[in-house]
Design a binder for this molecule. Structure first.
Ligand code: SF4
Length: 223
């Protein structure tokens, strides 16, 4: 006869790089006190990636423990990020659990993996990779059909060519009719003011953004 412990389902776990409490630096929740859950691993290699430390390592954590640590910070907003969080299938369980716990949950995802099974209560902040990222071939265009009005599409722009690509893609797929579109300059690649002026000149209905956490903490891990 099986012992009580051997019949219990194994704890559902995720590989986690870090959990930290900070201020949301981007997208529509910018400025809110937020708990970040950074999952380990990413199948992409964007040339300007600023979270390479999340590609490897990390620690296996039970989802129950992750939810409890998030709760201990007493923040309404939670951001699940990476790496590419959806590369771990059980991320979908974590997202649902965080919503069930009453948090306002956002998911930062590369746009390369299917988002159709993400809990609809989650606000997806989905990248579309422009050519200078080196990963534009990974864009999963069918994801655009999965976007809800509270979601956001983010395009990180490293050059005038990236900007023109982004402008065409947004128009062709009428993305601004689906949800908010964010254009963000690659730190050190183009002048933020250049991007702002292009947006004004072309009268685009997209939202320019700078990453607040870079201004506040210069991108130090844990912020
Ligand atoms: S998808 Fe995100 S985490 Fe992965 S390489 Fe690109 S920027 Fe880095």
């Amino acid at each position: 006869m099986a012992s009580p412990t051997s019949t219990q389902a194994p704890a559902e776990r995720l590989r986690i790089t870090e959990i930290f409490h900070s201020i949301q630096g981007e997208a529509d929740a910018i400025g809110w006190r937020t708990v970040f859950v950074r999952l380990t691993g990413c199948p992409l290699r964007c040339v300007w990636c600023d979270t390479e430390y999340s590609f490897y390592g990390g620690n296996w954590r039970a989802i129950d423990d992750i939810v409890a640590e998030v709760a201990s910070h007493g923040a309404r907003h939670v951001c699940v990020t990476g790496g590419e969080p959806l590369a771990q299938k059980r991320c979908l369980i974590l997202l649902k659990r965080l919503c069930d716990a009453g948090h306002d949950v956002s998911l930062e995802t590369s746009g390369a993996l299917d988002v159709s099974l993400v809990d609809p209560r989650v606000r997806k902040v989905m990248d579309l990779k422009a050519p200078d990222s080196g990963e534009a071939a990974r864009n999963l265009w069918s994801n655009l059909e999965q976007l809800l009005p509270h979601d956001q599409v983010k395009i990180v722009i490293a050059s005038r060519a990236d900007y023109e690509w982004a402008r065409e893609v947004v128009a062709e797929h009428q993305i601004t009719a689906r949800c908010m579109v964010l254009f963000s300059p690659v730190h050190g690649a183009i002048q933020p003011r250049e991007l702002a002026e292009w947006i004004i000149e072309d009268k685009l209905d997209v939202r320019f953004q700078l990453q607040l956490h870079k201004l506040l903490w210069n991108d130090a891990p844990g912020h």
